[in-house]
Design a protein around this ligand. Structure first.
Ligand code: T1G
Ligand code: NAD
Length: 654
């Protein structure tokens, strides 16, 4: 039974048991509605406790049901019935009371929680809004400002903060939630437990304040509808009757649920959880990573080291010489100190992490490392030298990984005496923040090595995506394909600013030219030079980017790239010198420039991504279209609410 009621007069204990997260499936909704009827009709029952078995309180509606015709009882009706019950209900919360779970708790008359519980309304992350009274009840419980922030950001709050906000009435101990909730419920029988609530509706929230708040939310949403709809629903809660506000909320919810953005975001929710489910690895035991090594303390080496330290893995860094080792250590410590400054780690934790890190130029210091990642120059000869040194100094069973962006990992593995332990671990910059990790499988890698890569990703709270060996793996290969389209449109008549603006309006975090200026034009230049000997002479080649690189215009780091960066400003300005170079190249190619619409720019780029993605799938470089979507969303700023280039391009896995 997914919902049971046990009467222990004067209490009734209502228990939900629907693994894995007690989602509000049809059976749960029906069970709760029956529980209300049973409690209402039993005179011996004076109060109720609602608790859940397993690891969490109700974590929301069952997202898997959204594609199917909704079945009664609908959640709003269940919650209204709980709230209308003449006997007070106390919700006993552990784990994560999210979405519909938080709304059920809000329908209860009282809420208690364990200290490490979290409560939230994350529906906006699924392209939805709370659809069962959350936008109407939450502002009445914690006030409009706090409710607006929780609902439009989708961010949960911890139990202590929830207590301070008035969202929960009391905190139990870590292990006595049920007993604590029973006792709290008994106290509610004579309604001796009162909850003070903020004045509602709040006088200060006038039309002007709403306009300002909604405008700010719309700007931040960058084209996603749900945060704006959520804000409008909260405004309805303040301006309409309770009944009308609930009706309006439901209408907004249904419209969003059946819309493209929510379908895309629900696709991403499940896609994110499938990338690590590799059938061939499910029975393979990964190697335990007790200590790691990093070769190279530059941008990536330092970022990966910091990310590993934050995941509790001690790190030994090796650089070319002691001076470079010190510089690498400085970058690692600077990253850890930044996390400390933002309150993510305590003073003590910061010291412990620093003690778990050493840097030197001595490869012998890697003798105990279980896994080593090299992040040295993107140069095959240098990487091969490093792997030679690793084979000499590391344990025979240590895993040797390369962070190369483009180079052939099979070629690197072929130099190793034990190629089965060589793998690609392609982190993204900044490595301690970006969640994407492309795990590159060579022709010779062992299942244990692969399984260890996935276990490392989970421990570092990264989203791993399995990729085969090719130029650029999945993400950089798709990036190269749509950058070509950008260069063609540039030479045909578009400007960098027009293309960047079109892609920002598409929902990308940054346009392709702004992105190059941030990452550095030299990386792409080095790749074009590397690929030049094998380039198809019949393929159109645009020289504009090379012209800029030949002038040393590498982007923000040189103050000039596609744009001009005055005195350290990160916001670039169009540069007439770049326009002149573009005009020269058009003239050489005999091109009369034409204009491009924003839609044409967006379609050309999306189509390039989807086409390259199909090639990557056909070649077996990626397992699924959903994996490709996750790479482009997590690594390249593709808007989540469009589902990824494959989903947006109509390519779905069977
Ligand atoms: N519905 C269906 N399946 C769900 C689910 C849900 N709400 N939440 C999780 N799962 C599955 C998930 O796919 C995975 O399955 C397994 O549970 C473990 O999840 C009316 C309309 C709760 C914090 O957005 O945030 O309520 O892969 O790997 O890391 O207004 O799951 O094992 O087969 O993520 O410990 C609102 C979504 C819904 C919460 C647990 N609720 N879930 O994290 O485990 S909309 C949410 C989460 C709604 C109301 C509206 C997390 C978690 P499988 P997991 P975890
Ligand atoms: P970087 O130039 O910032 O750092 C490279 C470091 O390697 C330098 O500190 C250098 O001193 C050190 N090094 C060189 N040879 C060495 C050797 N023999 N032994 C020990 N240390 C040595 O480069 P980066 O941006 O950190 O890139 C490193 C690798 O990561 C490259 O393969 C690059 O393609 C890849 N990568 C870079 C990014 C990025 O955005 N920068 C993203 C993903 C992957």
């Amino acid at each position: 039974m997914t919902v049971t009621v046990s009467v222990e007069a004067p209490l009734a204990i209502v228990q939900v048991d629907n693994p894995p997260v007690n989602a509000l499936s049809h059976a749960v909704r029906e069970g709760l509605m029956n529980a209300v009827r049973e409690i209402e009709s039993n005179d011996a029952v004076k109060a109720a406790v609602l608790l859940c078995k397993g690891r969490t309180f109700i974590a929301g509606a069952d997202i898997r049901e959204f594609g199917q015709p909704p079945k009664e009882p609908h959640l709003p009706d269940v919650i209204n019935a709980i709230e209308a019950c003449s006997k007070p209900w106390t919700a006993a919360i552990h784990g994560t009371a999210l979405g519909g779970g938080c709304e059920v708790a809000l329908g209860c008359h009282h809420r208690v929680a364990v200290p490490d519980a979290r409560l939230g309304l994350p529906e906006v992350n699924l392209g939805l809004i709370p659809g069962a009274g959350g936008t109407v009840r939450l502002p009445r419980v914690i006030g409009v400002d706090a409710a607006l922030d929780m609902i439009t950001s989708g961010k949960p709050v911890g139990a202590q903060k929830a207590l301070e906000m008035g969202l929960v009435d009391a905190l139990s101990g870590n292990d006595d939630l049920e007993a604590f909730a029973r006792n709290h419920a008994r106290q509610t029988i004579d309604s001796s437990v009162a909850s003070d609530r903020p004045a509602f509706p709040p006088a200060e929230w006038n039309d002007e304040k709403w306009e300002e708040a909604i405008g700010a939310i719309r700007k931040k949403a960058r084209g996603q509808q749900s945060p704006v709809e959520a804000a409008l629903a909260v405004r309805d809660a303040c301006t309409l009757s309770l009944e009308d506000a609930q009706r309006a909320e439901r209408e907004r919810f249904v419209k969003l649920r059946d819309g493209d953005q929510s379908k895309a975001l629900r696709h991403v929710f499940f896609a994110e959880r499938q990338t690590a489910k590799i059938d061939e690895l499910k029975d393979i035991a990964p190697l335990e990573i007790k200590a790691a090594g990093i070769i190279g303390g530059g941008t990536m080496g330092a970022g990966i080291a910091a990310s590993m330290l934050l995941a509790g893995i001690p790190v030994t860094m090796v650089e070319r010489d002691d001076e470079a080792a010190d510089a690498g250590k400085g970058r690692v410590f600077k990253t850890l100190e930044a996390s400390h400054k933002r309150g993510l780690i305590s003073d003590e934790k910061l010291e412990n992490l620093k003690e778990a890190f050493t840097a030197s130029s001595d490869y012998a210091s890697l003798a105990d490392a279980d896994l080593v990642v090299e992040a040295v120059f993107e140069d095959m000869a240098v990487k091969k030298q490093v792997f030679d040194a690793l084979e000499k100094h590391c344990r025979a069973d240590a895993i040797l990984a390369t962070n190369t962006s483009y180079l052939d990992v099979n070629e690197i593995a072929a130099t190793a005496e034990k190629p089965e332990r060589v793998i690609g671990l392609h982190f993204f910059s900044p490595a301690h923040i970006m969640k994407l990790l492309e795990i590159i499988r060579t022709d010779t890698v062992s299942a244990e090595t692969l399984a260890t890569g996935f276990a490392l990703a989970k421990r570092m709270r990264k989203i791993p995506v399995l990729a085969g060996v090719c130029d650029g793996f999945i993400g950089n290969r798709i990036l190269a394909s749509y950058r070509k389209q950008c260069d063609y449109m540039l030479e045909d008549g578009a400007s960098p600013a027009e293309i960047d603006s079109a892609m920002r309006n598409f929902g990308m975090a940054m346009g392709p030219f702004e992105m190059q200026d941030m990452a550095g034009l030299d990386i792409g230049w080095a790749n074009r030079k590397r690929l030049a000997p094998n380039r198809d002479p019949n393929e159109r080649y645009v020289k504009i980017a090379d012209r800029l690189c030949e002038l040393g215009r590498f982007g923000q780091k040189t103050g000039k790239g596609w744009y001009l960066y005055e005195e350290g400003s990160r916001k670039g300005k169009p540069d007439p010198d770049v326009a002149a170079i573009i005009d020269e190249e058009r003239a050489k190619a005999g091109i009369s420039p034409r204009s491009f619409t924003e839609e044409e720019i967006q379609n050309r780029i999306l189509q390039a991504m989807t086409t390259e993605g199909k090639n990557i799938l056909a070649e077996g470089i990626a397992r699924t279209a959903a994996d490709i979507d996750m790479v482009m969303i997590l690594g390249y700023g593709f808007p989540r609410w469009r589902g990824g280039p494959m989903f947006a391009g109509g390519v779905k896995d069977q």
